[in-house]
Design a protein around this ligand. Structure first.
Ligand code: R5P
Length: 296
């Protein structure tokens, strides 16, 4: 039977792209908010015996979680064969440690919640820092798609003489991979985060910048402060106008406007629908879905 693809609000553009590479029927749910702000989901679809894929990028996750849990429960009650979650951006991965006494390590209960509702999870470059892999916290089958090849392809096509710049030690893992894939040099900066919106970034080694276009590559742009601090540091070295390239453009509050005002070009993949989307991951996500299905 044709698999069902259920795009949650904000995910229909990616759903349409996915359907051209992965055979499925798209059915959009209706979400009704009652006056007391409870939500009711309605999905008039035939679930019995079908593979169900809920597509929901989990930026700004708190209002999205209950609707997807309710849809998974509905599909299960009505006889779905397997229920998977495609969450191109996976939330709560940065809360992977008790940084201060009494703080919750939210990534763990969040993973438990999703693992109880879904049979598998597909995501793109989750923020794996202290966890080595998702299976440390997710008890269901997980599949990770890497954005590096698509980012490298975009750089190869659009940036003459690039130098890739990772804004912090954590970014070294994907910056080095992207740099290798597009045969570019790279350097990784040192970052000190003082609080949510105060970040200092500086070069350990700026020798590779001369005569090149800097491409700042990071997994997430949230407050934008990491990128803004890196742009300032590049300015101190007199480089060409930088390009900021993020896998996940969360762009909290005024982050996108602040970054544009800095003069940088700001681009992201389409894991989160946003005007900065320039690199589509529909094709690698569709391929990963095919592989996942053939191995379930
Ligand atoms: C760090 O842990 C991540 O890789 C990003 O550098 C970070 O999430 C960016 O956050 P912000 O945009 O708030 O500085």
């Amino acid at each position: 039977m044709t698999p069902l693809l259920i795009p949650m609000p904000g995910n229909s553009t990616l759903a349409t792209e996915l359907r051209s590479a992965f055979s499925c029927e798209i059915v959009s749910p209706e979400l009704h908010r009652f006056p007391d702000e409870e939500v009711r989901v309605t999905l008039p679809a035939e679930f019995a015996g079908r593979d169900v894929h809920v597509l929901c990028s989990l930026d700004r996750p708190d209002d999205k979680i209950l609707p997807i849990v309710f849809i998974a429960a509905l599909a299960r009650e009505l006889g779905a064969r397997r229920i998977g979650l495609i969450a191109p951006y996976l939330a709560y991965m940065r809360q992977d440690k008790r940084f201060n006494p009494g703080e919750a390590i939210s990534s763990r209960p969040f993973a438990r919640l999703l693992s109880q509702s879904f049979d598998w999870l597909l995501t793109v470059d989750p923020h794996l820092h202290r966890y080595k892999s998702l299976c440390e916290i997710y008890s269901i089958r997980t599949r990770v798609v890497h954005a590096a090849p698509a980012l490298a392809q975009w750089i190869r096509t659009n940036v003459p003489r690039p130098v890739l710049v990772g804004p912090d030690g954590e970014s070294a893992q994907w910056v080095s991979e992207v740099a290798r894939d597009c045969s570019a040099t790279y350097t990784v900066m040192r970052k000190v985060r003082h609080d949510d919106r105060t970040v200092d970034v500086e070069f350990a080694d700026a020798t590779s910048l001369a005569g090149r276009t800097p491409v700042l590559v990071d997994d997430i742009i949230s407050s934008g402060q990491t990128m803004l601090s890196a742009i300032k540091a590049l300015g101190r070295h007199g480089t060409a106008t930088p390009i900021c390239l993020a896998v996940h453009g969360v762009f909290a509050s005024t982050a996108y406007d602040e970054l544009l005002r800095s003069g940088a070009r700001v681009l992201s993949t389409n894991t989160i629908f946003h005007p900065s989307n320039a690199v589509s991951l529909a094709s690698p996500i569709a391929s990963a879905l095919e592989e996942l299905h053939s191995s379930l």
